[in-house]
Design a binder for this molecule. Structure first.
Ligand code: WT7
Length: 637
């Protein structure tokens, strides 16, 4: 594969960016021309940010899997599409060529059809990081079913919420998943979730850990048995469903500052073009390079940069089942060494955690294959940036600090590897097609360089979300109502003297814990469900490894004799309601929380206390009961 739209110099970048602003439709049409469409578009773009209504490549017909699979068969059929490294380094890895992957996706697409799945149906996928997860995702796309992948760390309750919201009728899962020393009982979690999900008529269970599972007659079937059935039916191919460019491709749930997680909706045409364009350009992917993104497919990073971006580009994408510290903190480097990885894309939290083990696990590993490094998910601190640069990239490999969101579908602000001069801690410049703007509290544009503001985007791009599933008004309110005619990201941002962007973190009540997004309100609701809890307030605080930790202030109905036990009980409740990723790092029992006279919790004050900056609380004169603040300060953990 060659990429005629791959930028090759800083001048080309500047030219492309200017073109994308003066003629966005022409710019994206030129790129879209390099994909396989059953029918081309009638109109490139129709939009308004009021409703909002965003339509890219209207009238075009395609199937994204024909772009990820079929079109590569002639030239790349024997090239590895997916290299899979298991959790246990003693177990054999797998190499799946483009032809293998095509066959497996077709086969499983036929399984889905056999089980009554039709175009437009919603399918929940809850699996570990095995190739069958990518196969399940692509098989849904093949037949036009809308996938909703739920990360394996979420609880039964969280899965049930998501299944109900999307009214899924099929679930694809595994008996269990291996993650480090743990064995996670996925099917058993699904069984709990399904007690509250009457819409689900079929559960397809793939074997991985072979932990005992309950298989309900009439509802649950084994992946392997279903494959055998379609094998005996003859024709293994599965024609791709013809999709409209604006048909839904997938739903992915993400947390916000209020309420339950919302289902971010991405559509077929624009998402395909955008995930591919950003992959090819940001990482400067060259044919045959081995690319390793350490994310989980349960998050948007896995969707766009393990599955759709790389595969639509004919790349070799490495999928790793395990965790960075198992069996030891050298695992990533062993994988790089073993497969001669060229591009490594990971998260600051992983880098910081590996840094804490010192250089022992890095020394004597051959990392000479690495030519490009990437970071995503949260601001990368300078110390981690330099460690990554010096010890992993050996001072030579460029680092791309990629800023984007579940809602943006793909990378938005980032250096282009080896082309954009980098600056530690800065996501640097917008990709072509992206028009960032900083605004102040009143929505007034902050112009010039050396300024701060809230980060917004003023023009649509093909990968952006179209709606939040089942609730378009929520989409409008959350992203398009804070500022007129702008998409609001929820992030604060600096533009320095060179015009470089640095993302400073969320300005709403959303936490970023180890690169995972969690709403404070969500954690509070979970804590409040615990027996004996009257009220709680949750804030973030700086955490050496996780970036942000979760600090909970909890008011109990009555004094507890055993605070430690009560803490553990609350953690259990949060694990049950949301999942282990939302467990507070600190729980402080308090007699009250600071509130305004109108009853609103003053999080600003709690945040200061949690951060250990209790001497600078600012104006507390509007507090209902200033006395509680001293009590809280004294009890700080
Ligand atoms: C939020 C989006 C996008 C994939 C993973 C997270 C933060 C993301 C960066 C970065 C500083 C970053 C932002 C953003 N974020 N990348 N390079 N520098 N902050 O996706 O769960 O949708 O979270 O992650 O705060 O809004 P997500």
């Amino acid at each position: 594969m060659s990429y005629p739209y791959q930028i090759r110099s800083i001048e080309e970048y500047q030219q492309a960016w200017r073109d994308s602003v003066t003629d966005p439709e022409g710019f994206w049409a030129n790129i879209a021309d390099h994909f396989y469409w059953r029918k081309k578009w009638d109109k490139v773009l129709d939009w308004n940010f009021r409703d909002p209504e965003i339509k890219w490549f209207q009238g075009a017909k395609l199937n994204i899997t024909e772009n990820c699979l079929d079109r590569h068969l002639g030239t790349l059929g024997n090239q590895p599409a997916i290299i899979w490294e298991p959790n246990d380094p003693e177990e054999h890895h797998r190499v799946i060529t483009y032809r293998d992957l095509y066959n497996k996706v077709c086969q499983f697409a036929n399984v889905l059809k056999n089980n009554g799945v039709k175009k437009g149906d919603r399918v929940c996928i809850y699996m570990g990081m095995i190739p069958e997860l990518a196969i399940a995702v692509l098989a849904c796309a093949r037949i036009g079913a809308i996938h909703s992948v739920v990360f394996g760390g979420f609880s039964a309750q969280s899965i049930a919420d998501r299944i109900q919201d999307a009214q899924c009728n099929v679930v694809i899962t595994c008996d269990g998943a291996f993650r480090g020393a743990k064995d996670i009982p996925l099917k058993s979690v699904i069984d709990d979730a399904l007690m509250a999900c009457p819409s689900v008529k079929r559960v397809i269970v793939c074997t991985r850990t072979r932990t005992p599972v309950s298989m309900l007659k009439g509802r649950d079937v084994w992946w392997e048995d279903e494959i055998k059935k379609v094998e005996t039916m003859g024709n293994p191919a599965c024609p791709a469903e013809e999709m409209d460019a604006e048909d839904m491709l997938f739903i992915l749930y993400t947390s916000g500052s209020t309420g339950k997680p919302k289902g971010v909706v991405h559509t077929c045409g624009g998402y395909m073009v955008y995930s591919n364009y950003t992959f090819v350009n940001t990482f400067q992917y060259q044919p045959r390079e081995v690319y390793f993104c350490t994310a989980d497919i349960g998050w948007i990073t896995g969707h766009s940069y393990i599955v759709y971006g790389p595969l639509s580009a004919g790349a070799t994408t490495l999928m790793f089942e395990g965790v960075p510290t198992y069996p030891d903190a050298g695992r990533f480097w062993d994988i790089v060494d073993k497969f001669r990885v060229n591009i490594l894309y990971t998260a600051p939290t992983a880098i910081r955690s590996l840094m804490s083990f010192g250089l022992g696990p890095v020394n004597h590993k051959d990392l000479s294959s690495i030519t490009k490094l990437g970071s995503v998910g949260e601001p990368i601190n300078e110390e981690a940036w330099h460690w990554f640069k010096d010890h992993i990239g050996k001072g030579k490999a460029p680092i791309v600090d990629t800023w984007w969101q579940t809602e943006t579908g793909g990378i938005m602000i980032t250096p282009i590897a080896g082309i954009t001069p980098e600056k530690p801690g800065f996501a640097t410049l917008p990709l072509p097609g992206i028009q960032p703007i900083l605004v102040d509290e009143n929505g007034k544009e902050v112009e010039g360089n050396g300024v701060n503001g809230n980060l917004c985007i003023k023009f649509p791009w093909p990968g952006m979300l179209r709606t939040t599933y089942g609730d378009h008004e929520r989409c409008r309110k959350t992203y398009f109502s804070t500022y007129d005619n702008l998409y609001f990201t929820g992030d604060g941002c600096t533009r320095d003297e060179d015009g470089y962007y640095r993302i400073t973190g969320r300005v709403d009540d959303v936490l970023n814990v180890s690169g995972h997004r969690i709403g404070t309100a969500e954690v509070e609701n979970a804590i409040n469900m615990h027996h004996g809890v009257v009220e709680s307030a949750v804030v973030g605080y700086p955490h050496d490894i996780k970036g942000q930790g979760i600090y909970a202030f909890v008011i109990l109905e009555k004094q507890t004799h055993d605070q430690e036990l009560t803490r553990k009980d609350i953690l259990q409740t949060v694990s049950r309601i949301i999942g282990p990723i939302a467990k507070p790092d600190k729980i402080q029992f308090v007699s009250g929380v600071p509130k305004t006279r109108s009853g609103k919790i003053m999080r600003r004050i709690l945040r200061k206390i949690a951060e250990g900056d209790a001497e600078n609380l600012g104006d507390t004169s509007t507090l209902l009961d200033p006395g509680v603040v001293d009590d809280i300060k004294q009890g700080r953990l």
